[in-house]
Design a protein around this ligand. Structure first.
Ligand code: TXE
Length: 483
């Protein structure tokens, strides 16, 4: 880990003049582990200028060459694997096994887009698949330009990789603002960029919070596109600000994803999938399946199995390999989740596992894992993203009812179906409104498969070929057919 973060601009780490220091906190020990020297609007300005200067050469480079740099970023992360896992767990409160996923998935993402970058060379100038008599149409995939990337704290390396890798593959130059809550792991990306001699200005990193740096970045007219992952209110602000100058946006926002368990499901498998869907990363996942819809015939069996699993969760030091449920990322996030538990009391919700049944570690921003049953669809806990280890359940009598209740949500990011028969699971999935649906499988998010959702879950897709297209402008060159 770097002792102190600075700003990485034009290929160099440099100190900010007049920036503020922000506390970086270990959410388990509740101690300040670093001071983050936040940048200021001047740093953003210089980072944008460096990115604009680097753009002409970077976009002209072959996809093959850009792919080599992306492999270099992946190799750099792989070399730092163990240290990064420690840093992610220390700064973010994730159990070590989950931090490993963050690093592994980020590496896989850089390698995947290295491949797509290489394939891009052969695709430039491809004939259109829609022939027009007498006209030859050739398609080119140009980079969008200079992009501002803003990420949250819940998967620091993965959310960064989902943006940085396709942006570089497409030929864009970057100004990246990591979350101020978990900024330590992301500094490695700039270190690696420097170590592999990524051309100056192609990737710039400016530290700071939303007010200081996020706003300066979204407002900067030298930025052609903003890609943002975070909360809905901030997403709305980003979109509003990007309207000035008609700048492009991609938004990956919240979710309130359902998991449907039918009466023919294997209860042991269902319990495991439900547990992973809501308690991984202490529920701080945009795709967390926080609404359980279980067929009334097997509801009691499933609740009993879930209670046993919840009992077996080990809350403790994220750096201890035995820990399976870490603290929430911050005191602020714990307060948010506690507020929802207070709403639950006011609403008279029935906990299957009472928070008081579990002893919470004395230190750390912990919230006890909680399961509410028979939650009315009007409940705030059923409708709003909580982003904590809180599962709301209700029963259904038919698949049609399950689908209707699942789709009755402001969000449309993800969903899960657990069923005895694959055809039945697929039929239910076919009628759900969500970007990613898992049937009888954990929440896998391979780089090959597009990620994103409709309704208030955002705009656009990350990952897959669509994730690359998000950083490209399609250019069509037309000529007489005989040329
Ligand atoms: O998000 P913010 P927070 C949801 C989740 C959580 C809630 C709040 O429900 O409880 O959001 O989390 C930057 N202009 N998600 O407060 O504020 C900020 O510095 C530009 C879901 O952490 O949206 C950080 O880098 N940028 C989500 C990033 O936006 C601004 C993951 C996210 O912060 C800005 C995280 C501004 N005006 C939280 N204000 C998911 N989709 O997975 C802040 N930022």
């Amino acid at each position: 880990m770097r002792d102190s973060c600075q700003q990485f601009i034009d290929g160099q780490w440099r100190a900010s003049d007049g920036g503020r220091d922000l506390d970086v906190v270990d959410p388990y020990r509740e101690t300040v582990i670093a001071k983050l020297p936040a940048g200021n609007a001047r740093d953003v300005d210089e980072a944008v200028r460096a990115a604009r200067e680097a753009l002409p050469a970077w976009r002209r480079l072959s996809g093959e060459a850009r792919g080599r740099y992306l492999e270099g970023l992946a190799d750099g992360l792989a070399e730092r694997h163990a240290a990064l896992c420690q840093t992610i767990s220390l700064n973010g409160g994730k159990p070590l096994a989950e931090s490993q996923l963050d690093v592994d998935d980020a590496i896989a993402c850089y390698r995947y887009y290295a491949d797509l970058a290489r394939q891009l060379d052969a695709r430039q100038g491809e004939p259109s698949a829609q022939p027009v008599a007498g006209v030859q149409i050739r398609r080119y995939f140009d980079p969008v330009g200079v992009v501002g990337l803003i990420t949250p704290w819940n998967f620091p390396l993965v959310t960064a990789a989902w943006k940085i890798a396709p942006a570089l593959a497409a030929g864009c130059c970057i100004v990246f603002k990591p979350s101020e809550v978990v900024p330590m792991p992301e500094q490695a990306i700039a270190d690696i960029a420097q170590a592999i001699d990524l051309p100056r200005g192609v990737l710039n990193l400016v530290n700071g919070d939303g007010r200081g740096i996020g706003e300066a970045l979204t407002q900067h007219t030298g930025i052609d596109k903003i890609s943002f992952t975070g909360s809905n209110p901030t997403g709305e602000t980003v979109m509003r600000v990007a309207a000035t100058g008609i700048r492009n946006v991609s938004l990956e926002l919240g979710g309130k994803s359902p998991i449907i368990v039918t009466e023919d499901a294997d209860i042991a498998q269902a319990a495991s999938l439900v547990m992973n869907g809501i308690f991984a990363n202490a529920g701080q996942i945009c795709s967390a399946t926080s609404r359980l819809l279980v067929h009334q015939a097997v509801a009691e069996d499933l609740y009993a199995a879930l209670s046993r699993h919840i009992d077996a969760l080990v809350m403790g030091d994220p750096l201890d390999e035995a820990t399976t449920l870490g603290p929430l990322v911050s005191d602020k996030q714990r307060t948010t989740v506690d507020r929802y538990l207070a709403f639950a009391k006011d609403e008279g919700l029935i906990p299957v596992r009472e928070a008081s049944h579990r002893e919470i570690p004395r230190q750390g921003f912990f919230v006890a894992p909680t399961l509410f049953r028979d939650v009315p669809v009007e409940s705030r806990l059923w409708r709003e993203e909580i982003f904590g280890p809180v599962l709301c359940a209700r029963q259904f009598a038919s698949d049609d009812e399950a689908v209707a209740v699942a789709n009755d949500s402001d969000y449309g990011l993800a969903a899960s179906v657990v069923s005895g028969g694959h055809e039945r699971a697929s039929a239910i999935a076919r009628h759900l409104t969500a970007g990613s649906i898992w049937t009888n499988i954990d929440q896998v998010a391979p780089p090959q498969a597009a990620w994103g959702g409709g309704k208030k879950s955002g705009i656009g897709r990350e990952l897959g070929p669509e994730g690359l297209a998000a950083y490209q402008e399609l250019k069509q060159v037309m000529a007489p057919a005989d040329t």
